[in-house]
Design a protein around this ligand. Structure first.
Ligand SMILES: [Zn+2]
Ligand SMILES: [Zn+2]
Length: 638
């Protein structure tokens, strides 16, 4: 009998050779119905897998993230089968799952267009309706190579695969495909799907090769979830920061500098509001601030290692006949500031922040509004400390990071910890100390995190911060990276308590990542409806007619004296037109003033996106607005 340990700690006995599906059945019929795969001793595999020894087993359903990924990847195979059934000349290349869906790269001379999607979807629906088992077949590498002989894509996939055993998966008896798996038990387990789009893609990104067609699709556990997803995509289109940025006159791009953003006056108000807040929080957490040059001598980049590892993404120039580089990162400059004087353990931890302007070359095809640019301001900081201070410093950075995210309304924060990769520098001891410090800091803060084993940088482990916006899209923003390399390369030292010189630990960290990208993210998150503290114009006064212009000016002066960003619409238009314009510009508060308001020193307040308006005294309004700003409130209602 095989003894099986379940996630809740309980154990079950199963006859040797039982399948995971039989186990699910034994646990309960509803679990058996929902089961799509199984995790045996940490290994994700098919439900058909047998359970032979004493093992830890977890049944996976579509409620699991992994279950969803298996659903989507399995759907890619079903789509591939459907395409092959319609166009038998199709050569299949590669069909991975991606965030929210999957794609399949195919080599087919006939161009697939959106008008073909329905036909493909109908063929897929047939395959799903037939509910044929998805069956694994495995063989030795040579045998597999023989099997795919003549197919350069599949041959290449086998040559790139790890291990000596290669697997194929078949649906029914007609179709099979090379794949590592795992998959759903049968095609009928795909509840809802949709083909989304088609695009060109090069094989391994190699433009000398024939252009392939990449067909994107999505799959969800229910029709309702699919519909919600499609709605979110629609909503994302409406919130596109490039469109809103133009509408609200926040920023622009020009062919004079592809990938270099022009931030307009109103965009700068948002920028500066974020900067002021960022600086205040950093001050509170004991950071000082520096600014280092954008252009620095080539030699420095040899020393930092960027020349060897990052040259392709850097810009270069020449000054007085000597080679210079435009900084892609702020760290070397930060090291030079550190080195400009002696340091003692007594001043540690030393937290030095820099809003540094960096340039990184991105291919023209990947640029996307403010999300992918070639020049951006990184909200960087470097912390120099002793190994024993790492944990407390990480806790401090986590607290600071959460405080900043929450001010923007980002409460759904997810953390990943990346550990020692195979290729690394530094002793195992320092890696262990550092990784433990990161883990202990996360545990201390009671934070759930995901471990990416072996995914750290070669110079140290790291923590990444991901947030989800209101459309449930995930964005990686912040990072904390320990560095055992750069302090050595730059010969950074400090005098320790025993009077010996030692190398400090260097922690790189960023919270927002890139100011430009972050502003793009919040524009989409808020749909352009900026909370009061970030709104370029917070208040617009709308006189009903010329007769109340003087009173409107009095109100304006009062608002300005209170540091509110206010203006008056003195145009000759009717009040209805003034309101409509302020509404289109997403102004948080409109103050309508007529003779009645003038007489009582009051204002009639219209709040963005709120039907009812209310009349109150100017002073009361100012007090309420200032409170909203001080509290960084996301809502405007008072
Ligand atoms: Zn597969
Ligand atoms: Zn750095």
């Amino acid at each position: 009998m095989a003894k099986v340990k379940l996630p809740d700690g309980s154990t079950l006995e199963m006859p040797d050779g039982s399948s995971a599906a039989q186990l699910a059945e034994k646990i309960g019929p509803s679990l058996a119905k929902d089961a799509v795969a199984v995790e045996i001793n940490g290994q994700i595999t098919e439900l058909a897998s047998s359970i032979d020894n004493d093992v830890d087993v977890r049944i996976i359903t579509l409620k699991d993230k992994i279950g969803l990924e298996i659903l989507r990847h399995s759907c890619a195979h079903v789509m591939a089968e459907a395409i092959c059934s319609i166009w038998p000349d199709t050569k299949l290349v590669y069909g991975p799952r991606i965030e929210d869906g999957f794609y399949y790269d195919i080599d087919l001379d006939k161009p697939i267009t959106p008008s073909d999607f329905q036909q493909i979807e109908e063929a897929m629906a047939q395959i799903i309706k037939a509910d044929v088992p998805i069956v694994r077949k495995q063989m030795a590498r040579e045998q597999a190579l023989e099997r795919v002989a003549g197919d350069k894509y599949k041959t290449d996939n086998i040559l790139r695969a790890d291990g000596d055993v290669i697997s194929f998966y078949s649906h029914g008896d007609g179709f099979d495909d090379l794949c590592r798996g795992p998959h759903l038990p049968s095609t009928g387990r795909i509840p809802s799907f949709k083909i989304m789009s088609v695009a060109g893609a090069y094989w391994h990104g190699d433009p000398t090769q024939k252009m392939l067609q990449r067909i994107y699709g999505t799959a969800w556990p229910t029709k309702k979830l699919l519909e919600e997803y499609l709605n979110r995509l629609e909503e994302a289109k409406k919130r596109d920061h490039r469109v809103i940025g133009k509408q609200l006159d926040l920023f622009s791009f020009n062919e004079a500098g592809p990938g270099f953003a022009f931030i307009h006056a109103k965009g700068m108000v948002i920028w500066n509001a974020i900067t002021d807040f960022w600086k205040a929080v950093h001050d509170k957490y004991g950071y000082s601030e520096i600014k280092t040059p954008i252009i620095l001598n080539e030699q420095l980049w040899h020393k930092s290692g960027h020349w060897e590892n990052y040259k392709e993404n850097m810009y270069f120039t020449e000054v007085d006949g000597l080679g210079y580089a435009i900084k892609p990162m702020n760290c070397p400059g930060g090291c030079l500031v550190y080195k400009s004087r002696q340091h003692s353990y007594r001043e540690f931890p030393l937290r030095v922040a820099e809003l540094g302007l960096v340039h990184r070359h991105e291919a023209s095809g990947v640029m996307h509004g403010l999300f992918r640019v070639r020049q951006f301001t990184q909200d960087d900081a470097h912390i120099f400390c002793t190994p024993s201070q790492i944990e407390a410093e990480i806790i401090g950075v986590i607290e600071l990071t959460f405080e900043i995210y929450r001010a923007f309304g980002f409460d759904d924060i997810h953390i990943e910890l990346s550990t020692k990769p195979i290729k690394h520098i530094g002793s195992d001891e320092i890696w262990e100390t550092a990784t433990n410090a990161l883990e202990n800091a996360l545990k201390h803060k009671n934070i759930d995190y995901k471990i990416n084993e072996g995914d750290g940088a070669f110079y140290g482990p790291k923590i990444d911060f991901h947030i989800r916006d209101c459309l449930k899209r995930s964005w990686q923003l912040g990072t904390i990276q320990l560095d055992f390399s750069m302090p050595e390369r730059f010969g950074l030292v400090y005098t320790d308590s025993d009077n010996t010189e030692k190398t400090p630990v260097m922690i790189h960290r960023a919270v927002l990542g890139s100011f430009e990208r972050f502003i793009g993210i919040i524009i989409e998150h808020y749909g352009g409806n900026m909370p009061l503290w970030l709104a370029p114009k917070q208040v617009r006064i709308l006189p009903i007619s010329e007769k109340t212009n003087d009173y409107a000016l009095d109100v304006l002066n009062k608002l300005k004296d209170s540091n509110l960003r206010a203006e008056i619409d003195m145009s000759n238009e009717k009040i209805g037109a003034k309101i409509a314009r302020a509404h289109a510009e997403k102004i948080p508060y409109m103050l309508v003033v007529g003779p009645k308001e003038a007489q009582s020193q009051a204002v009639n307040v219209r709040i963005r996106a709120v039907k009812e308006n209310k009349t109150l005294s100017v002073d009361e309004f100012i007090k309420a607005a200032k409170q909203k700003i001080a509290d960084k409130k996301l809502d405007l209602i008072f």
